[in-house]
Design a protein around this ligand. Structure first.
Ligand SMILES: [Zn+2]
Ligand SMILES: [Zn+2]
Length: 357
């Protein structure tokens, strides 16, 4: 077994690096408080608590800090610390800008066929103006009736319509077909297999039963991730960090006007391991009120070897410019451009999705 590190020194180092990176005060405080709470404990007591998972019973110690301590005691540099060190001293602003510049399209967008506010043509023209080479249209699936999810029949009609719109769009740009398909309670996908096979890109998201208990949610997500039709796992935790993004009004925000919502509970390491195994990309959702997954989970997905898609989940043309927010979060976590599938050309992207199913 590797020699234990000093977990308290590791927690303090993390707090220091977060402060220097000008991260939110509450986050810094979490690490400082945990270091303080643990400083009084004898090493044997610490090891015992890390072993039986009772570190979090101590005041000031949360899931994230407890995991860091367990990793330190096992002789590993905590993942959280490793990522901070990896991005230390780098110009995050420049990295986020470079990542944004490397993106050639957006893989998660909605039109007024479901709960978006604008016609497909307008979304496409805005994407052209942003310099995108493609836009994947991912309207909702049938069971999401509140968002006017498309039945199989409406989706078939949409595919014909997209073909017509594409014919009139500028050379070098195209709308790729897609869906944001509901991951149902049993982990199956809410659309016919033949249609899922026909679409260029399939994003799958959980929109119901977000409070399901951990083992059930984990099973549900694992089954979806293993489905060869699923290319991208959308807004992984379902959390809502603010009621609505600043300056966003109107019908384009329908379906996203939820209150603050906690992350759903699932075994993230198991889900990310499955994403890596099945080569399913993890979405970094750029919506300001989602910011999903949280950074600690982006870091774990990166460690697990997952690919990512930095998407806007735009419900209106102006929101297509929100990719910058996702790029900032990705840069903070050290996500390299070569792990991001929408840095690929449309041809590469479609070759990848069609190879998968
Ligand atoms: Zn969604
Ligand atoms: Zn969406």
């Amino acid at each position: 077994m590797a020699r234990a590190r000093d977990p308290i020194a590791d927690l303090r180092r993390i707090a220091f690096l977060l402060e220097r990176a000008n991260e939110a005060t509450y986050r810094v405080r979490a690490f400082r408080s945990a270091a303080k709470a643990l400083a009084g404990l004898p090493t044997a007591g610490l090891t015992e608590r890390a072993g039986n998972g009772t570190l979090t019973e101590l005041a000031g110690v949360g899931d994230v800090t407890a995991r860091c301590v367990a990793e330190s005691l096992a002789g590993e540099e905590p993942v959280y610390l490793r990522r901070l060190v990896a991005t230390e001293g780098s110009d995050l602003d420049a990295e986020a800008t470079a990542l944004r510049a490397a993106l050639r399209g957006d893989c998660h967008t909605h039109s007024d066929w479901s709960d978006g506010g604008s016609p497909i043509e307008e979304m496409a023209l805005a994407a052209v103006e942003l310099g995108h080479e493609y836009l994947v249209l991912t309207d909702h699936s049938p069971r999401l009736t509140v968002a006017r999810g498309l039945t199989a029949e409406r989706l078939r009609r949409q595919l014909d319509h997209v073909a017509q719109v594409n014919a009139a769009l500028p050379e070098g740009f195209r709308i790729l077909t897609g869906i944001e398909v509901d991951i149902l309670a049993d982990g199956s996908l809410d659309q016919d297999d033949d249609l899922l096979a026909r679409l260029d890109v399939v994003v799958g998201s959980v929109h119901s039963g977000l409070k399901d208990e951990r083992s059930k949610m984990t099973r549900r997500m694992l089954k979806a991730v293993a489905n060869p039709h699923l290319d991208i796992l959308g807004h992984v935790t379902g959390r809502m960090v603010s009621s609505r993004p600043a300056g966003v009004t109107g019908p384009g925000d329908r379906g996203h006007r939820a209150r603050t919502r906690a992350e759903s509970d699932f075994d993230a390491d198991a889900v990310f391991a499955a994403c890596a195994e099945h080569d399913t990309a993890v979405e970094i959702n750029s919506r300001p009120e989602r910011q999903d997954p949280p950074k600690r989970l982006i870091r774990r997905a990166l460690e697990a070897g997952c690919r990512f898609a930095i998407n806007t989940d735009a419900h209106a043309p102006g929101q297509l410019d929100w990719q910058r927010f996702g790029c900032e979060r990705a840069a903070l976590c050290g996500v390299p451009a070569d792990r991001v599938i929408n840095t690929w050309s449309a041809e590469q992207l479609v070759a990848w999705t069609h190879n998968r199913a």
